[in-house]
Each structure stands twice: as structure tokens, then as C-alpha cells.
Design a protein around this ligand. Structure first.
Ligand code: MRU
Length: 350
């Protein structure tokens, strides 16, 4: 299942916050609506929000072009077009600050916009932005395929895996990152068993990972997040495999909150801890994990679930959406370019 459907003038976003209960599509025609869909986790997963951000820039450029009403051809429009678009880029980038893919893809779409901004014909301005956004989407599809191949090569014999959050097709433009690797191994005919953490507080593991694996016929067992170390030890898990939202040059990586304890337990138990992410998740501007911005989400996500209170109302709570796993705990990072083995990573050139 794809997270998006593109029409001539809109993007239909599959509302992941409603899955698997309901298949609901949200129509997006502006950057503001896209930022809302990203912040509300209707579209989620680092590569997918990058694609959504780039398409958001294109949709906003169409709105700006529309509002010019033919006046553009008469004067210098380049600066005013880009000024209007820059405000939308800010909005999109701020929607979720941790995943490197979002800011990266927005910058790429903005680059296409800046190059064509002086065009008298508005279509000659917007069409290359659309093409750039679609190229990002297409490239990501290829990244998923390559990562799946490298991941299968890395895990040549393992059969018992633990994963966290959701890293499948809905989180990317293709077949997924960590989950893409597990599906590739499964499709190769090797029997595997996957333990999926439910992933509090928004249950991406229960709602999306367990659902997707079951749909694909992969044996999966759902566990509460806090059962992970027990399961790793007692069920003889052979590898922990996760995605990533931003990777620093030294290999420190941000991923869904709860990833760091998995890496710590894996280290103690002597189990490999592997992250799978496209190179678009690597932030060459971040020397180490200390520089990765961590998104803090509303405490309401902890205090209740879908309108049902699970804690005293108004209780002080903290809700960091990601944590940072230091490279010393990372056995390998799989990108579309190959297998990078830790703990001494130098990802600056990736
Ligand atoms: O908050 P989410 O649901 O967007 O978190 C997603 C993750 O943490 C994934 O592990 C990550 O984006 C890897 S992408 C396939």
C-alpha cells in the first residue's frame, strides 16, 4: 500500500493515524494542509514526510501561480514568488523537526523553484518543482529496493528479529527501510519470526507494523515496549533492526523514542543492533547526536488515547518523540549505498 495518490492538482494522503481501523484519504492542496497532515502523523516516517514536504512546496507554488492571474509575465516575479514559497517551506520544516529527510526534500524542491522563478509562464515555474518532488519520490522507491538487498546480504542466516515503530511501505516512497529488509528475507523463502514493539504512545508498531507483517504473511508477535529486553533474551532474538530519522556524521542516530533502550539491551546481550535508512536521512551538517533536534510532542498523547483518559487530566508529562542512540551501540547502518559497519562511522560523504 502506498502512502500517497497523486492527482493533477492535489495529493491524497492515506491517514495513517486512522489505520488499521479505517482507510481514510485526506486531500491536500496547500503547504499549510500538508504541514498539518505531517504534524498530525497522517503521513509519517522519515522518507515519506520528505516526499510529502516536497510535494507541499509544489502545491503551494501552484497556488501562488494561480493568484498571479497572468500578472507575472509583466514584471519581475522571481523574488515575490520565492518569498511567498519560503514562508511555506518554514511551515513544512517546522511541522516535524527531527527527520532530516523533511528539511532536505523541502530544500530540493525550493532549489527547483528558485531556478525557474523568473519564468514568465507560471507553468514553467511550477512544472520543474513538481518534477523534482516526483524525482525524490521515485529515487526513494529505488532506495528501498537497494536497502532491502543490502540488508538481506547483511543478515545472511538470521531468523529471529525484533523491530520498533513502523518502517514499512507506508513510511517511505517504496517498500520500507528496516521492514523492507525483513520482507525481502521473508520473500526469499527463509522462515523468520518478528517481534514488533507496540510503540507507545501512538502505537505505530501495533497499528502499522504488526498489521503490515500479518498482511504479508510474516509471523509476527506484538509485545509491549517494556517486554523488549525480556523477549530478546528469552526468545533468542538474533538482531534488532530499526529505521532512523536523522543520522549524524559519526553514526549517532535519532529514531522513535524507545530505540536507545533496545540498543543498550542488545549490547548487553551481544545481539547486533542495525539501522536501515536511506542516505537522505544522514545529515552531513550534524557532527554528532548532540546536534540532532528532538521533537517534543503534546503531553495529551500520553494522558489519553483516542479521547479516553489514561492518566489524571493535566498531569505534568513529557513526550519526546525520538531518542538518540550513540554510534558505539550501532553494529551497522544499511543505506542504499551499502553496509556501513560501526562503531567508527564516517558518513560525511554519504
Ligand atoms: O513518529 P513517526 O511515526 O514518524 O516515527 C517514525 C520512526 O521513528 C521510524 O522508525 C523512522 O521514521 C524510520 S523511517 C522508515
Amino acid at each position: 500500500m502506498d502512502p500517497f495518490r497523486l492527482t493533477d492538482d492535489a495529493l491524497l494522503v492515506l491517514d495513517q493515524s486512522a489505520l488499521p481501523r479505517e482507510e481514510r484519504w485526506v486531500e491536500v492542496r496547500s503547504a499549510a494542509k500538508m504541514a498539518e497532515a505531517i504534524a498530525g502523523l497522517r503521513v509519517r516516517g522519515a522518507p515519506a514526510i520528505g516526499i510529502a514536504g516536497a510535494i507541499g512546496i509544489w502545491l503551494e507554488a501552484e497556488r501562488i501561480a494561480e493568484s498571479e492571474g497572468g500578472r507575472a509575465a509583466r514584471g519581475s516575479v522571481s523574488a515575490s514568488r520565492m518569498k511567498a514559497l519560503e514562508a511555506s517551506a518554514d511551515l513544512l520544516r517546522a511541522a516535524r523537526p527531527t527527520a532530516a529527510n523533511l528539511a532536505w526534500a523541502v530544500a530540493r524542491a525550493m532549489g527547483a523553484g528558485a531556478r525557474g522563478a523568473a519564468a514568465a509562464d507560471p507553468r514553467a515555474w511550477t512544472a520543474p518543482i513538481r518534477a523534482e518532488a516526483l524525482a525524490i519520490w521515485e529515487e526513494d522507491r529505488g532506495h528501498s529496493r537497494a536497502m532491502a538487498r543490502y540488508g538481506r546480504q547483511l543478515f545472511a542466516t538470521e531468523r529471529r528479529f525484533l523491530t520498533h515503530c513502523h518502517t514499512g511501505g507506508l513510511a517511505t516512497g517504496g517498500g520500507g527501510t528496516a521492514l523492507g529488509v525483513l520482507l525481502e528475507i521473508h520473500r526469499s523463502g527463509r522462515p523468520i519470526q518478528v517481534w514488533a514493539t507496540e510503540t507507545r504512545p501512538l502505537l505505530q508498531g501495533a497499528r502499522l507494523t504488526a498489521w503490515e507483517l500479518e498482511n504479508e504473511g510474516v509471523p509476527v508477535r506484538l509485545i509491549v515496549d517494556s517486554a523488549a529486553a525480556y523477549v530478546m533474551e528469552r526468545r533468542k532474538v538474533e538482531a534488532v533492526v530499526v529505521g532512523a530519522d536523522r543520522i549524524a556524521r559519526n553514526g549517532d542516530l535519532a529514531n522513535k523514542i524507545g530505540t536507545l533502550p533496545l540498543a543498550l539491551a542488545a549490547r548487553d546481550l551481544g545481539i547486533p543492533f542495525v539501522a536501515v535508512a536511506p542516505s537522505t536521512t544522514i545529515d552531513p551538517g550534524c557532527a554528532s547526536g548532540d546536534e540532532i533536534p528532538i521533537e517534543e510532542r503534546s503531553p495529551e498523547e500520553l494522558l489519553g488515547y483516542q479521547g479516553i483518559p489514561v492518566a489524571p487530566s493535566g498531569l505534568p508529562a513529557e513526550n519526546p518523540a525520538f531518542d538518540v542512540t550513540p554510534c558505539r551501540l550501532v553494529t551497522a547502518i544499511v543505506t542504499e549505498r551499502g553496509i556501513h559497519r560501526g562503531p567508527a562511522f564516517d558518513l560525511g560523504g554519504c
